[in-house]
Design a protein around this ligand. Structure first.
Ligand code: IFM
Length: 433
């Protein structure tokens, strides 16, 4: 594993470094009608009643989250953070923090509610969002696919079907024709590795997912389609804006050996090999940057239990976030150093912590930026950092109880309040700029 080398800090990153925060439509917008929203009510009861068995002993403070985690309403996104209607207010928050960029996703089911029928009002809405950002001198970064699909996609074979490349390219083209002349930064797809694990390999970071199946063959078709789709989608964006920077937001975990034995070693190699060999290697000539979503390291320890339990989210000694993941800032150094071999600019498209009391977030951000800065000094071409997330939001099948936001949201009044850690982020932006 590459080790941190230099420790020199307080020298700026590049002048046009992107300092931002990120969100995704399903997690903040509210009022959605897609495959996820159609499904979430069907599992909310089961997730609420299974919360204790799933989370007690895993999270550091079960009593603190119990009330929300055992409430069925926690698991249904509904109005979410109402970002669809309150985006101007949210962009003012971004501005007050000192961010010069914002990553958000365009909700495909709003743009194409029926196959081949595009909604110009939804396009107007996203264009208004882009304009509102530009007015505030905040650069938009658009994600075209952040896990959710229109409900009709399943009839056409979903992401493992043959039609997806054309279908998604058409959607990308409609969005690009409207927005690419105003938007320079694009992520075609968010965390294909997470989608592969959750949807096709029967497990992953979240307890549930629509249409989970253990089907490596379909999983492989999904990955092949992601690669083709990314390339086509990038092509149509660049047709409108040749200078656009287009990448994939890639989920990266710093895998480390938890035990020195051949089985653990092989398993770790396999975990690293799949995203590298099947995703990054296949798109490396069609990327303007690699998006890095980094949250944690995992310790690989083979045992007699199911292999799904061989990668541990903490060492037993780590300080934990509210979801029980060990906090490990050096991991952002390690993953960005390893990506150097692709010789591409890197943008941290997500890095964040669920921390309801906001007692760990300021240090989390500061330590991760410091480690990222070391990596930059040691040769990684780092061009941006987006904290996940701007707002407390809907964390997929864990619902609303994990609080990742720089701002809290009162779900009754929708009032936003910046947390003290947002001030710390603000200071760091100034310090490193
Ligand atoms: O909330 C998610 C996001 O949608 C994708 N990356 C990881 C985040 C935290 O789990």
């Amino acid at each position: 594993m590459p080790q941190p080398k230099s420790t020199q800090v307080n020298k700026p990153f590049l002048a046009d470094f992107l300092w931002g925060a990120a969100t995704a439509a399903q997690q903040v917008e509210g009022g959605l009608d897609n495959d996820w929203s159609a499904w979430e009510t069907s599992v909310s009861k089961e997730l609420a009643s299974g919360a204790k068995a799933r989370l007690k002993g895993v999270v550091p403070d079960w009593d603190a989250i119990k009330e929300e985690a055992e409430d069925t309403n926690n698991y249904v996104s509904r109005k979410s953070a109402d970002h669809y209607n309150r985006y101007e207010e949210d962009f003012d928050l971004l501005k007050s923090i000192g961010c010069n960029s914002y990553r958000f996703s365009i909700e495909w089911s709003r743009i194409e509610p029926k196959r081949g029928e595009y909604d110009s009002k939804a396009l107007d809405h996203y264009e208004a969002m882009v304009d509102a950002l530009i007015e505030r001198s905040i650069k938009p970064m658009i994600t075209l696919h952040h896990f959710t699909n229109p409900t009709w996609l399943e009839e056409y074979g979903g992401w493992h079907g043959e039609n997806i490349v054309d279908i998604f390219t058409n959607f990308s083209e409609v969005v690009a024709r409207r927005l690419a002349n105003k938007v320079d930064y694009w992520c075609t797809i968010n965390e294909p590795g997470s989608y592969l694990l959750q949807r096709y390999l029967g497990g992953g970071a979240w307890p549930e997912w629509p249409k989970i199946e253990m089907n490596p063959v379909r999983g492989y078709s999904y990955i092949k389609n992601v690669v083709k789709t990314h390339k086509e989608s990038r092509r149509v964006i660049k047709n409108t804006n040749p200078g656009a920077k287009v990448g994939i937001a890639h989920g990266l975990i710093d895998f480390q050996l938890g035990r020195l034995d051949p089985v653990s070693w092989l398993f770790k190699k396999q975990l690293e090999f799949i995203p590298d060999k099947y995703i990054l290697n296949r798109v490396k000539h069609d990327m303007d940057f690699i998006g890095v979503n980094y949250y944690m390291r995992m310790l690989v320890k083979a045992s007699f239990s199911h292999p799904a339990n061989w990668a541990l989210k903490n060492t037993g000694q780590d300080i934990l976030n509210d979801m029980g993941w060990g906090i490990y800032p050096d991991g952002i150094y390690n993953v960005t150093q390893k990506l150097n071999r692709y010789n591409l600019p890197l943008i941290v498209t997500e890095n964040g912590i669920p921390d309801a009391l906001d007692t760990k977030r300021a240090k989390f951000i500061s330590d991760h930026i410091e480690a990222l800065f070391r990596s930059h000094k040691d040769g990684a071409d780092i061009r941006g950092y987006f904290y996940w997330s701007l707002l407390d939001n809907y964390e997929w099948s864990e619902g609303f109880w994990p609080k990742f936001g720089l701002a809290s949201v009162d779900r009754r009044t929708m009032e936003r309040t910046l947390k003290p850690s947002a001030q710390e982020y603000s200071k760091l932006i100034k310090e490193y700029s």
